[in-house]
Design a binder for this molecule. Sequence first.
Ligand code: TXA
Ligand code: MG
Length: 338
Amino acid sequence: MDTKIINDINDTTLIEAAERIKNGGLVAFPTETVYGLGANALDPTAAKKIYEAKGRPSNNPLIIHLAKPEDAEQYAYTNETYYRLAERFMPGPLTVILPKKDIIPYEVTGGLDTVAIRVPADRVAHTLIELAGVPIAAPSANLSTKPSPTMAGHVIRDLSGRIDMIIAGDDCDIGVESTIITLSPKAKLLRPGLITVDELREVCPDIEISDAVLNQHEGRPESPGMMYKHYSPRANVVLLKGSDQMRYEFLQDKKDCGILCYNEDTELLKYKFAMPVGSKASPKEQAKNLFAKLREFDDIEEVKTIYAPMTASEGIGLAVLNRLIRAAGFEILDLKKE
Ligand code: TXA
Ligand code: MG
């Protein structure tokens, strides 16, 4: 398949992209979190094409993207909590799971009776959804198991030849995917993101946190996506738990490995394959760079293992740690025990 890449984003090209979606095609587009791979969420055949293009297991449900929070009425059974969350966080990087209405095909929800709803704030994403006039089902626009794409180049690399069109916009501001909460049956955080647990508690005081956020799950998790290998670069990722000093000592004889570290780790930055992910004090900066840095290691043939710090789990840090732990396939080395 010939993939059309749109570098000049304007009314004409966005109308063309919206037409592709309406006609059952696949179009990748930027959002404020990560790039998405969009299709008409009311068209089961189009939804199936998403799974094929990504190589994604078909029981892993898709998020539907809407122009306005109240558009959810057509597709889901909403409630008061949904509207309280919407008022505070939408449009923005929040996804809310509600019981679905019949109009949403099971091909989109991976066979579940619930549907995930998000209203992106990004201008290009918003315009595309409005022009398409249909809800847009969109997972992250990466090949399944790879780190999510935060730059147009990542999407081009993963999906050229597999989809109809790529809207090559700016780099994504946030860099990790939306915060996901289910309200069905009660409020629970399934995936952390830029919107933190403390912020969610201000609107939803009794929200629980799924164990799967930081732990490997046995059996069927609440969010099927948490089951799969995820966010993985080619090399093996290992998280190092311990003080900075312990990390420096441990890495002394691993100078030829990939090292993901903080801007402040001058001790490590002199090594050949060390890359800073951001300031230790700024999980927001780490979130923005994380996936791009993991992908940069893919270009370095010699790198077979990437050592990364076990980052702090407070605030936005929880989103970074959730992604890093999965990238590492839950492999954590406790340096105190070494
Ligand atoms: O920021 C984002 O959310 C990005 C952009 C493109 O909007 N999208 C995204 O989609 O991250 P995806 O498919 O890569 O991740 C969606 C996650 C998956 O883990 C999936 O299992 C979960 O949401 N999910 C979707 N619908 C669900 C449902 N009805 N019940 C439970 N989990 C659901
Ligand atoms: Mg994804």
